[in-house]
Design a protein around this ligand. Structure first.
Ligand code: NAP
Ligand code: 3JM
Length: 347
């Protein structure tokens, strides 16, 4: 059994990590829940017991086999090296290390095969939520047709920005429906209720946001091809859970829609929902709480005369496949491949 530490345990991703570990019966011997002094002392249930949240400190990583981190980039920058030095392997949910050459960036269904030994720095990165679901759907098509270019627009839920952002959507919606005027915007730069914001993470000099550039760079690294060109527009929408994406992809070879649907249906944890006549297509409301990546509205791009273009709609639960589930799947690969072995005899 493994000693597991969750850093950011009181957050939206942390809470989901606890749920996923329990649901998947991950071989946890001891679970340590870590956060800041703000939530230290809080008790969180795990497998019928209450675990008290502790303030992160160096001693908290003693004897830890696996660290699951989701407390923001600067917190990971400070504590991932500490945990790794103490002997743990860290699966980090932040963007802090993703593009570092000596840090594997993993979606298990796509490139989990590279995890056969302890990575040099003891750190593995979980990709951005929007990247994970997009590459999950694109990978089987890339393998068959050779991906050249992707243009994507995302419709990202507020839970991607944490628990406070979810409360902000509720509060704004409640006030607006009650005709109250004093709308408070703290988590987002503008009102998010009944609105859409083409702004996620910070703007860069290129005109793209950092969130958009994550999709550009992470896609190339995970699909192991620097020549794939990606352009993204990331939009925050007033949805609690589940990111949706309009993906336009261009390949080396012409695509066959029947074959595309077959390839996607055969991909582990991808579900094709594509029956427009019966109004069947992926929906964030239906993806909520589910593990799979849902793909629909699959069609040839009519603007592409040589038949090498494809459009599709990709939806997944950003807190599950987009974060906690993917991290636990990575941990499962580490266990299966004996990259991590329990240091404590505790069962
Ligand atoms: P959240 O709901 O705001 O939770 C933040 C968590 O981090 C809380 O547990 C908080 O503890 C903890 N924390 C904050 N500052 C800390 C510090 N200085 N020391 C120790 N713990 C600290 O945010 P979230 O949505 O769970 O996201 C957390 C992070 O995960 C994000 O910042 C992002 O980097 C990453 N993330 C990744 C993905 C992905 O796609 N891979 C998706 C979403 C988020 P307190 O309760 O004590 O404040
Ligand atoms: C998703 O460091 C921070 O403030 C966290 C910002 C953040 C990130 C990130 O860049 O790690 C919020 C939500 C992500 C992410 O997954 O990239």
């Amino acid at each position: 059994m493994y000693t597991v530490a969750i850093l950011g345990a009181s957050g939206a991703v942390g809470q989901e990590l606890i749920k996923v570990l329990e649901e998947r019966d991950f071989p946890v011997g001891e679970l340590r829940l870590l956060a800041s002094p703000r939530s230290a002392g809080r008790k969180i249930p795990f497998r019928g017991q209450e675990i008290t949240v502790q303030v992160v400190c160096p001693e908290a990583f003693e004897g830890v086999d696996i660290g699951l981190f989701s407390a923001g980039g600067s917190v990971s920058a400070e504590w991932a090296p500490v945990a790794a030095k103490a002997g743990a392997i860290v699966v980090d949910n932040t963007s802090q290390f993703r593009m570092d050459e000596d840090v594997p960036l993993i979606v298990p269904e796509v490139n989990g095969d590279v995890l056969h030994e302890r990575p040099p720095r003891g750190i593995i990165a979980n990709p951005n939520c929007s990247t994970i679901q997009m590459v999950h759907a694109l990978d089987p098509l890339h393998r068959r047709y050779g991906l050249k270019r992707v243009v994507v627009a995302t419709y990202q839920s507020v839970s991607g920005k944490g628990t406070k952002a979810m409360t902000e959507l509720t509060e704004q919606s409640r006030k607006l429906l009650a005709g109250e005027k004093d709308i408070v915007c703290e988590e987002f730069p503008h009102q998010i209720a009944f609105n859409m914001l083409p702004h996620i993470d910070k703007f860069t000099d290129s005109g793209y946001t950092k969130e958009e550039l994550k999709m550009v760079n992470e896609t190339k690294k995970i699909l192991r091809s620097d020549s794939i060109r990606v352009s993204a527009t990331c939009v925050r929408v007033p949805v609690y859970r589940g990111h949706s994406e309009a993906v336009n992809a261009e390949f080396e070879k012409p695509v066959d829609i029947g074959e595309v649907k077959r390839l996607l249906s055969q991909t582990p944890n991808v579900v094709v929902q594509d029956d427009p006549e019966n109004n069947v297509y992926p929906l964030a409301t239906e993806a909520d709480g589910r593990d799979e990546t849902f793909v629909g509205r699959i069609r040839k791009d009519i603007s592409n005369p040589d038949g090498t273009g494809l459009d599709m709609w990709v939806v997944s639960d950003n807190l599950r496949k987009g974060a906690a589930l993917n991290a636990v799947q990575v941990a499962e690969v580490l266990v299966k491949n004996k990259v991590v072995t329990p240091r404590s005899a505790k069962t």
